[in-house]
Design a protein around this ligand. Structure first.
Ligand SMILES: *[C@@H]1O[C@H](CO)[C@@H](O)[C@H](O)[C@H]1NC(C)=O
Ligand SMILES: *[C@@H]1O[C@H](CO)[C@@H](O)[C@H](O)[C@H]1NC(C)=O
Ligand SMILES: *[C@@H]1O[C@H](CO)[C@@H](O)[C@H](O)[C@H]1NC(C)=O
Ligand SMILES: *[C@@H]1O[C@H](CO)[C@@H](O)[C@H](O)[C@H]1NC(C)=O
Ligand SMILES: *[C@@H]1O[C@H](CO)[C@@H](O)[C@H](O)[C@H]1NC(C)=O
Ligand SMILES: *[C@@H]1O[C@H](CO)[C@@H](O)[C@H](O)[C@H]1NC(C)=O
Ligand SMILES: *[C@@H]1O[C@H](CO)[C@@H](O)[C@H](O)[C@H]1NC(C)=O
Length: 589
């Protein structure tokens, strides 16, 4: 597939467009700062990852940890190898963290096993993040450096002089959200290899998922091994299985290995992950990181090369732009290729033999900018993403509005995968996409109301057909979801119908095109042309805003500035309102 070269014209700072690759800023990677957005709710993933990689290694903290790490001065609770990026709400993934420590008097009973006991502050100025690697030093003096391959992470833990003690590395059968239902680990007493699995809940979705791990250690001989539960550990047995028992009480548990440190006091850990089984987790790790003691630098270099290639189609001629602006720009470009994630060969539910992407988290957030941008920057990846969405439709019956960890996520507004598909269509993304299937999938969203429209499809379709808008306080006995957002759902359903019409038109189905083009005008029914907006007691002088409308045609009222940064945030669950996560003013844009 052709990879077009995109040159961004940032007029604000008088960038000059250029078509020559020669104008690429020489070392683009040095202009990427993965730590941007690690405080104040940015929730980004700051660690080591390949473009769209499954393995994402970083230090996890107990503060702002939605993406694992936060530069908020909170405490490190472990180092885990799979994350999401830029999501809100519950922290996502972060399964099976490792945690290194030296236990006082070399006594197992003095080790800190539970999160609350072991958490340790990090040295602020030791945090080091670049595309493909992450480093940090704990207050305990332990230095951790990490990098990744596609499905495995490689960690180097350097202990301070342990003075005859045997450094310990534990594995915790948890995830960041502590959503584990049941899990198990087996520790090999000779090699220290730990394998196992757990059942967890998706951080913003329905159902559950299973993840499997395979951890190997290198560079130090094994002293002893075992398992731990709560704050106690033993060298027997070598395996443990934990459940949710009384009142769904959360038991903390896992495996551990203690080492006889070598001359450099460093233990190297390789963590393989798989959504299928632990054998595949081991295989992935062995194949991708065959020589862990020697592979660190080559993995970092391979990651750097992969990122350079991915960002290759972009060039900017900086003109007078200062470095801060360039760093924002390139860091933003980098962030476009962290999620969705390439889970090809890892989907336990179906295998079409084609690439499979997951972590569409969420399409409501990505349909406006990220996917249209990828259609231009990385049409090969975007094609595979579109095909994955169609695979989900085939196997789950619905396009997702959100999808993570092999589960359907909660819908935030419309059925906006419709937009991603239509956008790919009008940009001639690929002749390999089955557009008739795409039309069928979008039509399903438009016409078939699911029982649970909280995680696929659309709600209120009966009213949509009858009144031509989603009414305020709708009566909908057919399906269930959060019965709110009547204004933003009306706007998004109208846009989704426009996308359906566009695709149908392109496929020569003129009757269908006409029908949905008409429905795409439904947004007009919530346009109240004499609505004013008073902000802080002052009439803004603007007239004409969207407003909620009851089934009987009477207008309801939502202050046009409600749900904006000037007032209070409107979430799906906290304070549902007639617009979602933005004000009526913002939905005008
Ligand atoms: C970090 O953990 C220590 C205990 O290990 C605690 O005293 C401290 O308050 C914690 N810091 C933060 C920011 O939570
Ligand atoms: C490890 O991380 C530290 C920062 O914590 C950094 O200074 C150092 O260069 C890193 N080492 C390697 C080998 O990447
Ligand atoms: C683990 O938990 C999941 C989800 O609750 C359940 O479906 C599964 O049967 C459990 N597995 C075992 C072995 O108990
Ligand atoms: C999970 O791991 C345990 C051993 O730790 C094994 O007995 C079990 O079969 C595994 N479950 C799955 C679904 O792979
Ligand atoms: C995703 O992974 C599969 C299997 O490794 C590969 O064939 C495919 O090209 C990858 N997709 C992208 C966009 O790199
Ligand atoms: C897509 O292909 C059609 C037919 O070849 C062409 O008319 C149209 O201009 C192309 N659109 C884009 C965005 O390249
Ligand atoms: C329409 O319904 C709303 C809510 O039930 C009610 O407040 C309003 O008075 C009704 N309007 C008419 C004209 O019946």
């Amino acid at each position: 597939m052709r990879r077009p070269s995109a040159t961004f014209l940032l007029q604000v700072v008088s960038f000059v467009p250029s078509l020559s690759a020669a104008s690429i800023t020489p070392d683009v990677l040095s202009l990427i700062n993965p730590l941007i957005g690690t405080t104040n709710g940015g929730n980004v993933f700051a660690g080591a990852t390949l473009p769209y990689g499954l393995a994402k290694a970083v230090a996890d903290v107990d503060g702002q940890n939605t993406g694992g790490f936060g530069m908020d001065g909170s405490n490190v609770t472990g180092f885990s190898s799979i994350h999401d990026s830029g999501t809100g709400g519950n922290p996502s993934l972060g399964n099976f963290p490792l945690f290194p420590q030296v236990c006082p008097d070399d006594d197992l009973n003095n080790c800190m096993f539970r999160i609350g006991d072991r958490k340790t502050h990090y040295k602020m100025d030791s945090v080091f993040a670049e595309p493909g690697q992450f480093g940090i030093q704990l207050q305990s003096g332990i230095q951790a450096n990490m990098t990744v391959s596609k499905h495995a992470a490689l960690y180097k833990f350097k202990f301070p002089d342990s003075k005859g003690n045997h450094p310990l590395i534990l594995l915790d059968l948890t995830d960041l959200w502590q959503s584990r239902q049941n899990a198990s680990v087996i520790v090999d007493e000779k090699s220290g290899r730990m394998v196992g699995n757990g059942t967890f809940l998706p951080s913003f979705g329905a159902g559950s998922y299973q993840l499997h791990f395979c951890v190997d250690f290198f560079g130090a001989d094994v002293h002893d091994t075992g398992v731990w539960v709560n704050n106690r550990a033993g060298t027997e047995p070598k395996h443990i299985y934990v459940t949710r028992g009384f009142n769904l009480f959360y038991l903390e548990s896992g495996g551990f290995v203690r080492f006889k440190p070598g001359s450099d006091n460093t233990v190297t850990a390789r963590v393989g992950l798989s959504f299928k089984n632990y054998e595949q987790a081991c295989r992935n790790a062995e194949k991708e990181i065959p020589d862990p003691l020697k592979n660190f630098d080559s993995l970092v270099n391979a990651a750097r090369k992969a990122w350079q290639d991915k960002l290759g189609p972009i060039s900017v001629k900086p003109g007078g732009a200062d470095k801060d602006l360039l760093v924002s720009f390139w860091s933003g470009a980098y962030r476009n290729m962290i999620s969705p994630q390439n889970y090809t060969g890892e989907n336990p539910h179906w295998d079409t033999g084609f690439p499979y992407f997951d972590s569409f988290y969420c399409i409501w957030d990505s349909f406006r900018a990220q996917h249209p941008l990828l259609t231009i920057l990385d049409p090969e990846a975007q094609t595979q993403m579109v095909q994955s969405l169609l695979d989900m439709y085939k196997h789950e019956g619905w396009l997702p509005d959100c999808h993570m960890s092999m589960c359907q996520g909660w819908t935030q507004g419309g059925s906006n995968a419709d937009v991603v598909l239509a956008d790919a269509y009008v940009k001639n993304l690929s002749s390999t996409i089955d557009w008739e299937l795409a039309l069928e999938a979008i039509t399903t969203d438009a016409e078939k109301e699911p029982l649970e429209w909280s995680h696929h499809g659309r709600g209120g379709l009966q009213s949509w057909r009858k009144y031509n808008y989603i009414p305020y306080l709708d009566y909908d006995p057919l399906g269930f979801g959060t019965n709110s957002r009547s204004v933003s759902r009306t706007l998004e359903y109208a846009y989704d119908d426009f996308c359906l019409a566009t695709l149908a038109g392109g496929l020569g189905k003129n009757g269908v095109q006409k029908k949905y083009m008409r429905r795409s005008m439904n947004w007009q029914n919530l346009w109240k042309k004499d609505q004013t907006s008073i902000i802080k007691g002052k009439d803004t002088g603007f007239q004409g805003f969207f407003q909620p409308k009851y089934m009987n045609g009477t207008w309801g009222f939502q202050d046009p500035i409600a749900c904006s940064p000037l007032t209070s945030f409107c979430s799906l669950t906290g304070n549902p309102s007639e617009t979602f996560e933005a004000s009526i003013w913002q939905y005008l844009l």
